[in-house]
Design a protein around this ligand. Structure first.
Ligand code: HEC
Ligand code: HEC
Ligand code: HEC
Length: 430
């Protein structure tokens, strides 16, 4: 897109959001909601246990705990095009945490993205999904968070450019894009399907990453789950589309991918998905994973944006293909021989470690190699993996030109397509 066009779209977006913001200033329900739990709400230790399960399934820790930081003390940076915001401390500390919040204030934050003092919260906090949670469940999460150790360190202050630091601008946006009420089960479908829908749409907020976004950063629900972008990582199409999505995967392959981060003949999930699996999905009971699979099976097939999402390789083509290496990727092949083949093997089937079996992975058949570039730069592993069992980060070792040549080689070797990565793109990804 031309610079000028981007600029004009940016200005128009700001103007529209601003106008809507002004118009809706008085209408957005900032009043505190009445919080009423239903008769089925648990009490005592059962309530805390339910809250802990929900907090894991909703993956609150992914954003509210920094690597090596105290649990739920916040401080994780979210770099947006117009500045940086930090996740707040949600431990029960009375001054810098949410210890002195009322239940109603907590419910309002989760449903309407509103802070204790009525301030509008940015949708980097996925209340657009959590709005679908039941009041019982929101209060169970609250009850669990109350049992944590309070941490008295405040999170850093946000640094956003004007006009994005004007929180009321969010009001118009929220009026348009935040669901109005909790999830309503579809009585025509069974319990398993409804459990899966609740997990995918509300708790595990898959759409926050896997649904494409429009110019106003809203999720395009008409093409839900057809593939999104997370800091440059491609969160693949997970609709039932056969070419782009999960249509040709077996139930077992999807379940394996979700609970372990790798699946036979489907490669591995790295980056943000690895994190979601590590902290959340791998800890869910098998019945939840099965429910998610049952629901995903019924998500209408959408091919999505062909510029963004790559077609997968067909199952029958599943072998490393390139015999001849083009002159452009010779340099990549040399690097692969020295730095990668020891773990991944020339055939991509993984040596000594099933997690290193990358053959069949969607990332490898994407000519833009977005995820390959990022995994090479940043590495990928779970929190407990032994050194040697992980994908190391190579950002400090290789130049932009090296990484581009390597990524193009990997795509060519494993999918037979010509990679299109340039050194400039690698530099942006750093
Ligand atoms: C994808 C990242 C992400 C996830 C997942 C997430 N949050 Fe947040 N949360 C944020 C960010 C960022 C903010 C700050 C938003 C702002 O400043 O406008 C926030 C704000 C909040 C606030 C408002 C706190 C305050 O001081 O105003 C609460 C409460 C909260 N989150 C609770 C939760 C709970 C409970 C969960 C899990 C159910 C959760 N969050 C999951 C990113 C996340
Ligand atoms: C924080 C963002 C994020 C969330 C939340 C998330 N995903 Fe992902 N997911 C990704 C990314 C990024 C990838 C690509 C990983 C890679 O290529 O290594 C991915 C990959 C996948 C894959 C493998 C697809 C393929 O073609 O190889 C499946 C299946 C999947 N996600 C399902 C889900 C489901 C179901 C949920 C919710 C329960 C979910 N994801 C939640 C970001 C996310
Ligand atoms: C020490 C072993 C090791 C080395 C060396 C290594 N990797 Fe990996 N790699 C892994 C493991 C393990 C995973 C799976 C990561 C996970 O499960 O989080 C992986 C994942 C990947 C993926 C999958 C990404 C995706 O999104 O699907 C690619 C591509 C990859 N590695 C390429 C490379 C390249 C290129 C090199 C050489 C620069 C390399 N690896 C070096 C162990 C290694």
């Amino acid at each position: 897109m031309g610079r000028l066009r981007k600029y004009i779209i940016g200005i128009c977006t700001i103007a529209v959001v601003g106008l809507l913001g002004a118009a809706c200033f008085f209408f957005w329900p900032h009043r505190l909601p009445e919080v009423q739990t239903s008769k089925s709400q648990l009490t005592g230790a059962e309530l805390i246990a339910r809250g802990e399960y929900l907090t894991v399934a909703a993956d609150c820790a992914a954003c509210h705990t920094t690597k090596g930081g105290k649990p739920f003390a916040g401080g994780l940076a979210f770099k947006l095009p117009f500045g940086t915001i930090y996740s707040p401390n949600i431990t029960p500390d009375n001054t810098v945490g949410i210890g002195d919040w009322s239940d109603a204030e907590f419910v309002r934050a989760m449903r309407s993205g509103i802070g204790k003092h009525g301030e509008d919260l940015y949708p980097a906090f996925p209340y657009t999904s959590y709005a679908l949670l039941s009041t019982n469940d929101i209060l169970a999460i609250r009850a669990y968070l109350t049992t944590l150790a309070p941490v008295s360190e405040p999170a850093p202050e946000n640094a956003l450019a004007f006009p994005f630091n004007q929180r009321p601008l969010m009001r118009g946006w929220k009026l348009l894009f935040v669901p109005r009420g909790p999830f309503e089960p579809d009585l025509g479908k069974g319990k398993m399907w409804n459990d899966g829908a609740y997990l995918v749409e509300a708790l595990a907020h898959c759409g926050e990453c896997h649904t494409p976004r429009g110019l106003m950063f809203q999720r395009k629900q008409g093409v839900a789950l057809s593939g999104g972008d997370v800091d440059g990582w491609k969160a693949w199409n997970i609709t039932s589309d056969k070419e782009y999505g999960l249509g040709n995967w077996s139930d077992d392959q999807i379940a394996e991918m979700l609970s372990a981060g790798h699946a036979k003949d489907r490669g591995v999930a790295a980056g943000p998905m690895r994190e979601a699996i590590d902290l959340s999905l791998s800890k869910l009971p098998k019945s939840d994973i099965d429910a998610i699979v049952a629901y995903l099976r019924t998500v209408p097939a959408v091919a999505g944006d062909p510029d963004l999402m790559a077609v997968r390789r067909k199952d029958e083509e599943l072998t490393a293909v390139s015999t001849q290496v083009s002159s452009v990727t010779q340099r990549g092949k040399r690097i692969y021989a020295g730095a990668c083949a020891s773990c991944h093997g020339w055939n991509g089937e993984g040596q000594f470690n099933p997690r290193a079996a990358i053959l069949g992975g969607h990332a490898l058949s994407d000519p833009t190699a977005s995820n390959v570039v990022r995994v090479v730069l940043q590495g990928s592993s779970d929190h407990e993996a032994a050194p040697g069992k992980i994908m190391p980060a190579f950002a400090k070792i290789y130049s932009d030109e090296d990484v581009a040549a390597l990524a193009n080689y990997v795509v060519e070797h494993f999918s037979g397509q010509a990679g299109t990565v340039t050194a400039e793109q690698v530099s942006t990804a750093r």
